[in-house]
Every structure is written in structure tokens, then in C-alpha cells.
Design a protein around this ligand. Sequence first.
Ligand code: NAD
Length: 482
Amino acid sequence: MPDDASQLSTIPVKNPRTGEIDYHVTPPTTDEIVKECTSLRAAQVDWANAPLSDRMGIMLKWADAVEANRDAIIKAESKDTGRWRLSSESPDAVIWGIRGWCDRAEGIIENALRVGQSSTMPSIKLTQQLVPYPLLGVISPWNFPLMLSSIDAIPALIAGSAAIIKPSEVTPRFIEPLKESIAAVPELDRVLTYVAGGGQTGQDMINNVDIICFTGSVPTGRKVAEASARNFIPAFLELGGKDPVIVTKSADLERATDAVLRGSVHATGQICFSIERVYVDDSIHDEFVDRLVEKTNKISLNDSDIHKGHVGPLIFEKQAGIIDRQLDDAIAKGAQIRSGGKSQDIRGGKYVPPTVVTDVSHDMTLMRDETFGPVMPVMKFSSIDEAIALANDTEFGLSAAVIAGDENEAMEIGKRINAGGVSLMDTTLTGSILRDAEKTSFNLSGLGGSRMGGASILRFYRKKALMVNPDMPVKLQDLHET
Ligand code: NAD
């Protein structure tokens, strides 16, 4: 999001369906952030000292409060995203996130505490202590406003940290009704704060917290990493992607085209792990493209009625310029648009129809830079080695997919792709691993430990070793240097 907007005393917010500015937020001053962080830090001491079961009980009360405020949260988020169905599910990210972590946290933490006797100095007894970072700062993007603002904060709060969260200034409306749900649980209100603001607020937070979880673009991620390094605090970065899918000659075309269409176009392509590059064996390429185009042509925009159609407006209108420039560059270099095309203005909203592009190559920005829109560039390959080389020819490495004749064939290919999560026989399955498997991004797609699986909650602890010698200490005189 624009740095210039973040400098303003109030930040205007556009409605993506009308293009009208119909909301404003006033970012906190630097002094207000300092004050807020000081207060959260003070309250965190009792929060961390409370038994895990007490913290989980309080978090479960918050889940109930979010449920009670569900309609208001959905309405506010939907205004900012221009979409109904996905926003109507967004409170579940908090409700099920809390319930899911409450089921898993105790076992994961107990496992991490398991030590015993030293193997290098056998008489020494070892105890592991987990000490939560006092204050987590979360900076999140606009594509899934509530979900991405809470995904890291929930395990952190359960671990015993306090949290200050700054969602994107593009989609801040849900903050008000969400704050009401937090205020309904006073014990939580003391250790959890949402603030509305832009880049400057993000920087002020980094200067006042102990650990950062950032989700957003690579350029901003770099700024966050630099500021975190200056403050000597750990930063977990979840960044952009250019996710490939490989479709082999033995793949079922019905499966492959369904999976590619959904993986690229769902949420108007505004998912970090959307499919953005499609590599298809040359023996099935033409039939694959024909079927994909046929299915794509049946997809409708939901411009006139938010409850009807498949493809909503772009949430952040500037994204239309990025997508159009990538398509222009591809066309200038010989690409063919087989369905869809550039962005359209419809009653103030910016819409990009699902777009299939062929005759693409890696010298086009469409195949190199993140698109974040419903565009499917399809490229031929003539051997699996070539397909894997193409999939790995990227500065990103968030996720990928393989659709082959069977699971074993897909697995062998998937193991050779440089990405944190690889969906096999389908696309975009990352949501399935939440608390069950871990993944770390390759290349520019991220930095730091896994947000998924057991490692996620353990990120919020400093690990302390307590070492006991039950015997008499070794005397210096008994240590011979020669
Ligand atoms: P962005 O980088 O523009 O902004 C993200 C957040 O950073 C916003 O809250 C913004 O206010 C804040 N920010 C801006 N400048 C800052 C600064 N100088 N210091 C601190 N904070 C600052 O990203 P976006 O456009 O909101 O989101 C889209 C991007 O997010 C895409 O690249 C997408 O792939 C990525 N994303 C990644 C994941 C993931 O899990 N890997 C998930 C969703 C989105």
C-alpha cells in the first residue's frame, strides 16, 4: 500500500464495488503507539504467568464474542473486499483458529519441554523453559483482512505474548466491530489491541515490539526485515508468490482444468498461493487450453449482484494497473489472449475477467512477477526435467502444484519443486495443513519459521535451558591443559 497515504493524518478508504471513498481511518501517532505498547507489555506479565488453561479459557470466550458479533464483522469486511461469501466465512478464521489451537497447544508445548539427562555431560540434568516474547506486532495485507491479521496472533496469545495488530489501511473497516468483540472479554482486551494505520504505523510498531509477524509484498517485507534487524528483533515474513502448476501428459484433463481454474481464479486470484504459471505437456497442451477456455467462458463477474457470479472486483484498484501492464508486455512479446483480457471499469469497480494466455515465455513479466489477479498463462514443456526447471525458474517459492496420472507420479515431481507447500493432484491445498504440517518458503517468498503446524506456536517462545549438576563441581585443578 502507498507510503504516501500512510503519511496522511486520516487515510481515505475506497469501496471496491463503487470506487467511492466512503470511510476514513485516523492512524495513531508515534506517542500513542508507544503508550499502547507500554500498557500491553505491563499487562502481559500476568497473562504469561497465568496457567495455559486460563489463557485458553479466555481465548475461547473471545471466540464466542466474535460469534456474537459475526454479522457486523462480516458486513464491515465485505464492504472493503467487495465480496460476500469469503467475507462471510472470515469470522470462522478466528473462531476455529482459537478452538483448533486450544486442542493442540498443550501437546505441542509439552513435547517441546521434553528433555532429561545431558548426552554430552551425562550427570547433568536438563530442564527446558519456554519464555514468551512479551509483545508481538502483526502487520497484515488486504486480501484476507481478518484472517491474516489473526492467524499469527492467536497462537502467540495462547503462548503468553501480548499482541498489537495493524491490518492493511486498504481494508480496515472490520477493526471496529472486531474491537467490540475484544472489549467484551476484558482479560483479553488488556493484552490485545488492533490499530488502524499505514506504513508509518507499521514502522512505529516495529520500534516498540519484541517480535514481528508480517504478511505482505516482498518490497515491504524487505523494509520490515531491515527495521526489525535494526531493532534486533526476530521477524517472520510471509510474502508473495508466483506459484506454478505442472500438468503431465497422463493427467486427467477434467481434473487438471478444474483445479487450474479454481486455483487461479478463486478470490479473483487475490490469494498469495494462487496458481500464476501453468506448465502443460506439449502432447496435451492444445486440448487442455481448449477445455480451460471453455470452462473459463462460463465464469461470470459478480458486478451487478454481490451474491451472484464468481469473480468480484479487485480489492485494491491499483492492482488493475499491474495486471494490465503484465498483459500488455506479454502481448507485445507474442502472447495470445485466449479468453478474458485487461481490466474493465464497471460502475466504479475494477474487474478483471478470468484470462487464459498462451504463447508465453519467461522473458515476460507475466511469467516472472506476482500478478495477484485471475490470469492463467499456459506454457508447453516437452519433458518432466524441463517442466521442473521452468517451475523452479523464479525468484519466489511459496507453493506449487502437480497434476499427474496418479499420486505417485505427482509426488516424485513435487519433491523436486522448490516451494514450501506443494499440492498434488489438485491445486491450492495449503489451507489443509494449518496446525498439522509445517512449511517454510523458498527464496523471496518468506523468511523465518513455519506459520503452520506445531512450529507456529513455538515461534513465540524464547527457549531457556536450566542445567543442574547434582554432583560436586569439577575442580579447576583437575582440568589439565597438557
Ligand atoms: P503490502 O506489502 O503493500 O502491505 C502489507 C502491510 O504492510 C500493510 O498493512 C501495509 O500498511 C504495511 N506497510 C506498508 N509499508 C510499510 C512499511 N514501510 N513498514 C511497515 N509496514 C508497512 O502488501 P499488500 O498489497 O497489502 O498485500 C498483498 C501482498 O501480500 C501480495 O504480495 C501477497 O502475495 C502477499 N501475501 C502473502 C501471504 C503469505 O502468507 N505468504 C498471504 C497473503 C498475502
